[in-house]
Design a protein around this ligand. Structure first.
Ligand code: ADP
Length: 393
């Protein structure tokens, strides 16, 4: 019944009003879709663009239920939402994409790893443990060997809840939480792949990108698209991602992070059922951005063209500096706007905090060396400073 509604009269609710919610709303705007967003405060980025911004907590059962009951279709910009409420909404006939059962798997790194293993998808060897005592026992019995990676099963993000334990001396760092203990991979490259799948089963993937991490912040510093890998690798990543999306039966977007190790072996690291930091360049570099694609997928529209039209693209994350917490200003915006093919996105967060994602800048170039040069220029020129310093200038 609900599928027969015209696209512009379907009430679409998004859980989460951060930068992804903002960019989703902007992508829905040309088609005048009826998009509503739920998050805790009108100071959040999406409230700057979305007039139908509902105040509520997407982790709260009642808030999600109340919001969802006013919608025909619910989607997300963040996966740590109240899944129980989404299951209830689904039972009541609201369409929920990605499906809540998938969120339950993705929100638990242990279930994610088990899913890869059960479906014979490549991932680093692992074991699941309940707590610190079990880790120590297994080290003593030789079942866990140094070095290893401990990942909290729940609640981690942007590298929080993930740590490498090199030897006995770092044992004190072990977190006393249910965890995945994973073999440490000798990473040569970290690759991001974003796919979309609609209810009709159509699947499209973007070109794989290379993610370059800031070792201190454990966050993506910048990405380069396309990744510098052979066509064979690109096709293999695509095959693995497609099989993953099909095995999960997901509707919506699926962002998959891979490792390629120093021997050339591919491993799935993790996945997210939504638009992703590794796909921001698609706004400028592809005919259909990842944000538009999410709407196409959940509305069962034909999926958009994912071809990377621009030869080379990069995306630099603008992170809050270590030096202050407070209202930010971007004094060099003017200078970088004088550069060709540079596209800043300032999310509009009212407070900058160390390593908080405050915006990103997309760059386009005809060749890789020019792109790398542009990345370095922008990184050396663009900065955030407290707003009062700006006013005093
Ligand atoms: P998050 O969910 O917080 O993004 P990830 O699981 O992606 O956490 O891990 C964060 C980073 O830690 C990865 O991008 C990678 O650089 C490193 N890492 C994760 N797992 C491994 C591993 N098995 N071997 C080596 N490095 C790893």
């Amino acid at each position: 019944m609900k599928n027969q509604l015209s696209p512009t009269t379907i009430k679409i609710g998004i859980l989460g009003g951060g930068q992804l919610g903002k960019m989703l709303y902007q992508a829905a705007s040309p088609w005048a879709l009826d998009v509503h967003i739920l998050d805790r405060s009108k100071t959040f980025p999406a409230a700057r663009v979305c007039p139908s911004f509902h105040i509520g907590d997407f982790t709260d059962y009642d808030d999600v239920l109340t919001f969802g009951r006013q919608m025909d279709l619910i989607t997300i910009e963040i996966e740590s939402v109240n899944v129980e409420a989404l299951l209830q909404l689904e039972r009541e006939g609201v369409m929920v994409y990605p499906q809540p059962s998938i969120l339950n798997i993705i929100n638990d790194k242990g279930l994610q790893k088990t899913f890869y293993q059960d479906n014979h998808l490549p991932t680093a060897a692992f074991t699941l443990v309940k707590n610190q005592a079990e880790i120590l026992d297994q080290i003593t019995s030789g079942k866990i060997e140094f070095p290893f990676v401990q990942k909290s099963r729940k609640g981690g993000y942007d590298g929080r809840g993930v740590q490498v334990i090199h030897n006995e001396a770092s044992l004190h760092k072990i977190m006393d939480v249910p965890s995945v203990i994973e073999e440490r991979v000798s990473i040569e490259k970290e690759i991001g792949l974003i796919l979309a799948r609609n209810p009709s089963g159509e699947i499209k993937a973007y070109t794989p990108v290379e993610m370059v991490f800031d070792p201190e912040a454990n966050l993506v510093d910048h990405l380069i698209a396309p990744a510098q890998i052979s066509l064979d690798y690109s096709e293999e990543l695509n095959r693995i991602g497609t099989r993953l999306a099909e095995e999960m039966d997901i509707v919506g977007l699926l962002a998959v992070e891979f490792f390629i190790d120093t021997k050339g072996e591919i491993f799935i690291n993790e996945m997210a059922p939504r638009t992703h930091n590794s796909g921001h360049h698609t706004i400028e570099a592809c005919p259909c951005s990842q944000f538009e694609q999410q709407f196409r997928a959940i509305l069962d529209f034909p999926l958009g063209d994912t071809t990377q039209e621009k030869s080379y693209a990069a995306m630099i994350n603008i992170l809050g500096p270590e030096s202050f917490t407070g209202p930010p200003s971007y004094p060099n915006l003017r200078n970088i706007l004088s550069m060709k093919d540079v596209f800043p996105h300032i999310y509009g967060k009212s407070i900058s905090k160390p390593n908080r994602k405050m915006g990103h800048i997309t760059l386009i170039a005809n060749d890789r060396p020019t792109l790398i040069q542009k990345i370095n220029t922008i990184k050396s020129q663009f900065y955030i400073q407290p707003i009062h310093m700006f006013k005093n200038l």
